[in-house]
Design a protein around this ligand. Sequence first.
Ligand SMILES: Nc1ncnc2c1ncn2[C@@H]1O[C@H](COP(=O)(O)OP(=O)(O)OP(=O)(O)O)[C@@H](O)[C@H]1O
Length: 307
Amino acid sequence: MTIDPSQGKDPRESTNPEYEFDRPVADSDAPGGSVTESTTRAAQQAGQELSPAELAATRGEHERLAEGALVRADELIAGYVPGVNILNGCDFYLQDGELVGIIGPNGAGKSTLLKALFGLIPVRSGSVTLRGEDITAAPAHRLVSLGVGYVPQNNNVFPSLTIEENMQMGVYLRPKSFRDRFDYVAELFPMLGQRRRTKAGALSGGERQMVAMGRALMMEPSVLLLDEPSAGLSPAYQDEVFIRCRRINATGVSIIMVEQNARRCLQICDRGYVLDQGRNAYTATGESLMHDPKVIELYLGTLAKAQ
Ligand SMILES: Nc1ncnc2c1ncn2[C@@H]1O[C@H](COP(=O)(O)OP(=O)(O)OP(=O)(O)O)[C@@H](O)[C@H]1O
């Protein structure tokens, strides 16, 4: 299997380390149309409880935009400890072909949302669907066979196995497709092909991240869930990971990415969610969120202001 080189090029992908894009992103680029008004309104409300009327309006907007979504979550309530909810009525959607970033303060529940989508924590109420099919709390092996790949933040490789063996683990449900899939993955991450006999435990953090993403891609997922893929990496490797994410997305894989590096995440994503206290405060194009004064003040910090 080969990758069309033209697919790897994306106007949002740049060699400039600051990822300054030459394409102006209009609000109308957002799936479902203009989001400026709702962004501004919601930004003004960030950190505040929504009134019942505001909540109804937000849900109505979600209902409209989430129609026909590839992945959709509605009013998710979930947590780890009995009686303590981390997700507090979270709505989310991913349209086919999108790269969606989830940002927000520490402890907002970003990773928890990803785990709830992948059935790794009990959902107390609400639902998750994939192409309209209910997958709430479906076991991981079923989700993988339905085309969902998940890359956790930590412990995401088998350190005692070689790169090639890690890739074989990724495709254990369809071992016959190993060669084709490995060719595809090695085109995206040449290092994985070049160092296929190296033990994953001997790799740097950035290289391990590529192994983890490569392994998830072995099953030919249609949607990839990435939990903080740039965490703990040097700036150069972070850039590399973000560029690879765009390339993977350009080959037709829809991506949901949780990121601490909010600015970089918003720069590469089609659309972002700002999660606050387990509830998605709002969603808009990455470009809109990046320039929203309230988002800058609350989530992108003084560094973003200076840029
Ligand atoms: N296994 C767990 N058991 C109990 N509580 C947990 C567990 N994992 C996370 N939490 C709690 O859930 C809350 C949300 O954590 P989560 O990791 O989803 O946040 P986050 O938005 O991804 O933040 P960060 O960027 O800091 O990782 C936190 O208060 C955290 O302490």
